[in-house]
Design a protein around this ligand. Structure first.
Ligand code: GLU
Length: 425
């Protein structure tokens, strides 16, 4: 599957506790009203579904899936669907909350949601994956819709999975509804540039972060954890921008070459055909944990939550971290990194490129009017660089970390929307 971000190792700790802790920290700093803080500390809707799927051998297996809406003050909820054995209600809650902040930081008219199924998609046949996906789509059909909740790909899901969900929803409603989901194939209303959007956004924010820090991207050494859609695209585009990508990894481990790993496209092809870590590769074979501690200029964690934690943050030697993954750094690690002066570009800003182009896809579907890829990439660049600047301005005034600044911007926008609408009834 093209968008399967590869797991580095099981996430440490509980991402939902981390997400709430991040919110609590800025709520205190902003002097947020306690009632409003309580609203934001909860997910508005949490849907769990156990559903049967007929397997190829004739047996029936029951899968557990979730769809969680964190907050819809700013618009229909938006967020991906994850297929992974690590999926849990708490993970989905955290990811939904992070989507609320991510959409708000980027100024998109969406609230936050997330979903997932506890499954290893690589262990299913294509037929099983399709039946599982269609049944899950039918089960969450009462929640999703172009004006209500618009899912998208995440770890373990891809454009094909989105196509099955779009088709299932359309069959249930008796007409084609492309705007019910984003990250679809271009042939059925997907957007050009969507597959590479998250990685391209990582490039744009890295360019801005380098500018802010007076650091040259050309020649900077980069380590990328995770070689799924986000990590591989970010590695490729950063290398094209002149950075020296010295390490990449997948769930099997990492490869490291101090002089640079060369053509990233070759590694993408190698990963597809025989795995990233073949014996013959010239780079040194290291572990995922070692990759995080390499003496590089820029570290891009693009795998799972909780990878940089209290136990390893003190050993991180990167000058800058650009979070391609959602929640890769725990609050405890954040405090250690801040003390060390590491510049952390937070996930809700750094990986917003995906949902920004999802927004473009939704707009194009609603208008049935489609854009050239150049236009998509240009608009993405404009929005994400503007968001970076807004966050950097708050950071310059308020101090603290860039994550706190991004949260302040996001929370302020969600609170403003809630106050304008009022509390029903
Ligand atoms: N799953 C992606 C994310 O975490 C994209 C979500 C979307 O496009 O709705 O940001």
């Amino acid at each position: 599957m093209t968008t399967t971000a590869t797991a580095a190792q099981a996430p440490a700790g509980n991402p939902w506790h981390d997400a709430r802790e991040q919110l609590d920290a800025v709520a205190g700093k902003m002097g947020l009203d306690p009632g409003m803080r309580e609203v934001l500390r909860h997910c508005k809707r949490e849907f769990t579904v156990n559903f049967p799927v007929k397997m190829d051998d004739g047996s029936v297996r029951v899968f557990t899936g979730y769809r969680v809406h964190h907050n819809e003050a700013r618009g229909p909820v938006k967020g991906g669907l994850r297929y992974s054995l690590n999926v849990s209600l708490d993970e989905v809650r955290a990811l939904a909350m992070w989507m609320t902040w991510k959409c708000a930081v980027a100024g998109l008219p969406f609230g936050g949601a997330k979903g997932g199924v506890i499954v290893d998609p690589r262990a299913l046949s294509s037929g099983e994956l399709e039946r599982m996906t269609r049944r899950f789509a039918a089960e969450i059909g009462m929640l999703i819709g172009p004006d209500a909740d618009v899912p998208a790909p995440d770890m373990g899901t891809d454009a094909q999975v989105m196509a099955w969900i779009m088709d299932t929803y359309s069959m249930m409603h008796g007409h084609s509804a492309p705007a019910v989901i984003t990250g679809k194939p271009v042939s059925i209303g997907g957007s050009t540039g969507r597959v590479e959007a998250t990685g391209r956004g990582v490039l744009f924010v890295t360019q801005e972060a380098c500018r802010a820090r007076g650091m040259a991207l050309a020649g900077a050494t980069v380590a990328v954890q995770g070689f799924g859609n986000v990590g591989a695209t970010a590695a490729k585009l950063l290398a094209e921008a002149g950075a020296k990508v010295v390490a990449v990894s997948d769930s099997e481990g990492a490869i490291y070459a101090g002089d640079g790993l060369g053509d990233i496209a070759v590694l993408v092809e190698r990963k597809r055909t025989r795995g990233l870590i073949p014996d013959s590769h010239p780079g040194t074979h290291i572990t995922n944990a070692e990759l995080l501690e390499l003496p590089v200029d820029i570290l891009v964690p693009a795998a799972l939550e909780g990878q940089i934690h209290g136990g390893n943050a003190a050993r991180v030697r990167a000058k800058m971290i650009v979070e391609g993954a959602n929640g890769p750094t725990t609050p405890e690690a954040d405090r250690i990194l801040a003390q060390k002066g590491v510049y952390v570009v937070p996930d809700i800003l750094a990986n917003a490129g995906g949902v920004i182009v999802s927004y473009f896809e939704w707009v194009q579907d609603l208008q049935s009017f489609f854009w050239e890829e150049d236009e998509v990439n240009l608009r993405l660049e404009r929005i994400i660089k503007h968001a970076f600047q807004e966050v950097a301005d708050i950071h310059a005034g308020a101090g603290g970390t860039l994550r706190e600044a991004a949260y302040m911007l996001a929370v302020r926008r969600v609170v403003e929307a809630t106050q304008s609408r009022g509390i029903f009834p």
